[in-house]
Design a protein around this ligand. Structure first.
Ligand SMILES: O=C(O)CC[C@@H](O)C(=O)O
Ligand SMILES: [Zn+2]
Length: 458
């Protein structure tokens, strides 16, 4: 039974018609995410216009009812779970691509458009939007904006925050604000656009975004480098990032992930201590040089083999196997915790050594793969959730992984966000004065604390 005030239900059902959902199955379908946790909302609102979003926020605020924005629910941190009940706002019906402006290298979209659909619409214009999370076919641009999503091409093109020019959003006060513009330079006052990106629905609900686009590179080439051990691969990552040709992708897999990519993902890779996938992009004139420079940097102590993918299909196949790692790990270890810690690139060897030490100390399997060019590794703690001792050891290892990351000058999250999962570790990442500044920002945008309560800030 819904515990919403009757007058709120009357107002929102009249406003939204068939966009007001209260059935048990509809509520359940909007109460989970990829963190494998769940929480039931009291109702689901599916607005079609920004005016409806304004009306929903104002009505909920008047009754102090929580509001949780939701794209496709692919968050792995519990960020979209309505843990305090209330109304989930689904952006399913606000999924239009409004204006592709090739000459301005930008596109205006509604938040519910799928990342993959946007890329397909942009390709005929010779453009793409750089954020490319592994879930691109499933996740929405609004969700990408909310958690500052990344992906493999972030090393060259930046994450979501680097590729947004402007936003229209509804604050927790129910005010529609517009920040940024369709320009690539802007020195006008406080930068609210980039504050809202990554705020996980705690400051405002995004109703429109002007995204910065990049020209689709005419050609790509990829290299696969196998190394004797992680230290040799990590040294190569530092060499690659220290020279002037920025790789379009620089992905890492440890020995366990190589075996999994072969056995589950069908990739044709021999055993090795570590692997790097290195991609270059450019045109016919520049690409051969870029590949030669990157190959030179990849060579060094511990290199076992360095192969150029024979064609685009071969490199797509390797990337498909890499993308399949996260679901494959879940199938062998249903209780896995996939972290996305980041360290300065030159500290990757210390991070990997530290992870291996934690695995020994807590008697756990921890495997790692990820976006080495950004120092952003997915450390996956594998365990059987039905084994209470393993579960307890995994939970105990987690704060130690974060402490290690912070000690190396890193951050808790590179692309998945904080949500619920990492909220209580924010006190270790920030001092009290910094957290107080964040809380003051939250209060300015959302004075009654109705937007996604309990997330991000401890
Ligand atoms: O499933 C996940 O947790 C996301 C993993 C994703 O960030 C990746 O790089 O494969
Ligand atoms: Zn990732």
């Amino acid at each position: 039974m819904s515990s919403l005030p009757a007058s709120l239900v009357d107002e929102l059902s009249a406003l939204l018609g068939d966009g007001w959902l209260t059935g048990a199955s509809e509520r359940a379908a909007h109460g989970n995410d990829n963190s494998r946790r769940s929480a039931l909302p009291d109702a689901v609102a599916v607005p079609s216009t920004r005016e409806q979003v304004v009306a929903i926020v104002r009505a909920c605020r008047a009754h102090r009812v929580p509001i949780v924005a939701r794209g496709a629910g692919t968050s792995s941190t519990g960020a979209v779970l309505p843990t305090a009940g209330g109304v989930v706002v689904s952006f399913d019906r606000m999924n239009r691509i409004l204006d592709i402006r090739a000459g301005d290298r930008c596109v205006v979209v509604e938040p519910g458009v799928l990342n993959g659909d946007l890329q397909r619409a942009l390709a005929p214009h010779g453009l793409f939007w750089p954020p490319d999370p592994a879930s691109a076919e499933l996740c929405t641009v609004g969700g990408n904006l909310a958690c500052n999503a990344g992906g493999p091409h972030t090393v060259k093109y930046g994450a979501t925050r680097d590729n947004v020019l402007g936003l229209s959003a509804v604050t927790g006060s129910g005010e529609l604000i517009r920040c940024g513009s369709a320009t690539t330079k802007d020195a006008t006052g406080y930068d609210l656009t980039h504050l809202i990106v990554g705020s996980e629905g705690t400051l405002a609900l995004i109703v429109e975004a002007t995204l910065k686009l990049a020209p689709l590179p005419p050609q790509r080439a990829s290299l696969r480098a196998l190394y004797l051990d992680v230290a040799s691969a990590a040294a190569a990552v530092s060499r690659i990032m220290a020279q002037p040709v920025t790789p379009a992708m620089l992905e890492f897999m440890d020995a366990a992930c190589i075996r999994l990519a072969r056995d589950v993902g069908g990739a044709d890779i021999p055993d090795a201590g570590a692997l790097l996938m290195i991609e270059a992009d450019g045109d016919a004139a520049t690409l051969p040089h870029a590949v030669a420079v990157l190959a030179h940097a990849a060579r060094g102590a511990g290199l076992l083999s360095l192969d150029t993918a024979p064609d685009e299909i071969a490199s797509e196949k390797l990337w498909a196997a890499r993308k399949a790692l996260s679901p494959a790990l879940r199938s062998i270890a249903p209780g896995k915790i996939n972290e996305d810690v980041v360290v300065p690139v030159t500290r990757i060897p210390d991070l990997v050594d530290g992870i291996q030490a934690l695995a020994r100390e807590f008697d756990l399997r921890i495997v790692a793969f990820g976006h080495a060019g950004n120092g952003n590794l997915h450390a996956n703690i594998l365990f059987d959730p039905d084994d209470t001792s393993q579960d307890a050891r995994a939970q105990a290892a987690l704060p130690r992984l974060f402490a290690l990351t912070l000690a190396l000058g890193g951050t808790l999250s590179g692309e998945h966000g904080i949500g619920l999962a990492k909220r209580d570790f924010m006190v270790h990442a920030f001092d009290p004065a910094t957290l107080a500044a964040m809380r003051a920002v939250k209060a300015a945008f959302d004075p009654d604390g109705v937007l996604n309560p309990g997330k991000v800030l401890p």
